[in-house]
Ligand binder design. Structure first.
Ligand SMILES: N[C@@H](CCC(=O)N[C@@H](CS)C(=O)NCC(=O)O)C(=O)O
Length: 223
C-alpha cells in the first residue's frame, strides 16, 4: 500500500484543515500542489478523480474522496492510532462533531470566507461589505456560545471540528478582526489551536500566503 496522496493548495483553508488532521494523527501523506489559478483542477486527470473539481482531494490508493469535512473523519477512522479526534463509539460526541463540521462548511466557509474572497476575484470587489462583516460577527457570536462551557468545540478535548473551524477562523480573524472583549472564549480557544505543535507548518504558513494573495489583489485593484 502506498501513501495517501492529498491534492490541494496551501492557501486554501479547507486544504489546511486536512493537513492539520494528517499531522495530528501522524500520518505520512504525499502532498501535491494543485494550482487553481493555472486551471490544474480542470485538467482531465484531475476531473477523473474529482468531477466536482474542488480541492482538497484525497487519493487513497486509487480510492478518491473530496470534501474536507468527509476526508477528515475518513483519515481518523482509517489511520489514527487512537480515535480521540473522532471517537468511534461515542455517538453523541460524534454527532456534535458532525454538527460543528457542518457549521464550518455551511457558515464559516460558505457564508463567510466565500463572501469575502470570491467577490475579490470574480467581481473585483475590493472591500468587505457591511453585510458580510455582520454575518461574520454573527458566526463569532455563535462560536462564543459553543465555547461557553468547554475548552474545545465539542466537550473538553480537541477534535477534527476544532481543526476545521480553526483553519477557517485563522483566515476570518485576518479579514474581520474579532473584538477580544466581545469574544474572549473564541480568542482563548484560537490561542489553544495556534499552540498545537503542527499549527505553524500545517496552517499558519498557508494562511499568511492566503491573506497576502487576497490583499494584494485588493490593493492592486485600488491603484
Ligand atoms: N466544502 C468543500 C469546499 C471545497 C472548495 O470549494 N474548494 C475550493 C478552493 S478553497 C475549490 O476547489 N474551488 C475550485 C472549484 O470549485 O472549481 C471542502 O471543504 O472541501
Amino acid at each position: 500500500m502506498g501513501k495517501p496522496i492529498l491534492y490541494g493548495m496551501e492557501i486554501s483553508t479547507v486544504v489546511r484543515s486536512v493537513l492539520m488532521v494528517a499531522k495530528a494523527i501522524d500520518l505520512d501523506i504525499e502532498y501535491r500542489e494543485i494550482d487553481l489559478f493555472a486551471g490544474d483542477h480542470l485538467k482531465e486527470e484531475y476531473l477523473k478523480m474529482n468531477p466536482q473539481h474542488t480541492i482538497p482531494t484525497l487519493d487513497d490508493n486509487g480510492e478518491y474522496l473530496w470534501e474536507s469535512h468527509a476526508i477528515a473523519p475518513y483519515l481518523v477512522e482509517k489511520y489514527a492510532k487512537d480515535d480521540s479526534l473522532f471517537p468511534k463509539n461515542d455517538i453523541r460526541k460524534r454527532a456534535r462533531i458532525n454538527q460543528c463540521l457542518h457549521f464550518d462548511n455551511g457558515v464559516l466557509y460558505e457564508r463567510c470566507i466565500l463572501n469575502i474572497v470570491m467577490p475579490v476575484y470574480t467581481e473585483n470587489k475590493l472591500t468587505i461589505s457591511p453585510e458580510t462583516i455582520d454575518n461574520v460577527n454573527k458566526a463569532y457570536e455563535h462560536m462564543e456560545k459553543f465555547l461557553e462551557k468547554d475548552l474545545y468545540l465539542v466537550r473538553g478535548s480537541l477534535t477534527i471540528a476544532d481543526l476545521a473551524c480553526g483553519a477557517s477562523i485563522s483566515a476570518l480573524f485576518e479579514f474581520v478582526p474579532a473584538d477580544p472583549a466581545k469574544y474572549p472564549k473564541l480568542h482563548a480557544w484560537f490561542e489553544r489551536i495556534k499552540a498545537l505543535p503542527y499549527y505553524k507548518e500545517a496552517n499558519e504558513k498557508g494562511n499568511i500566503a492566503y491573506i497576502k494573495k487576497v490583499r494584494d489583489v485588493m490593493a492592486k485593484g485600488k491603484q
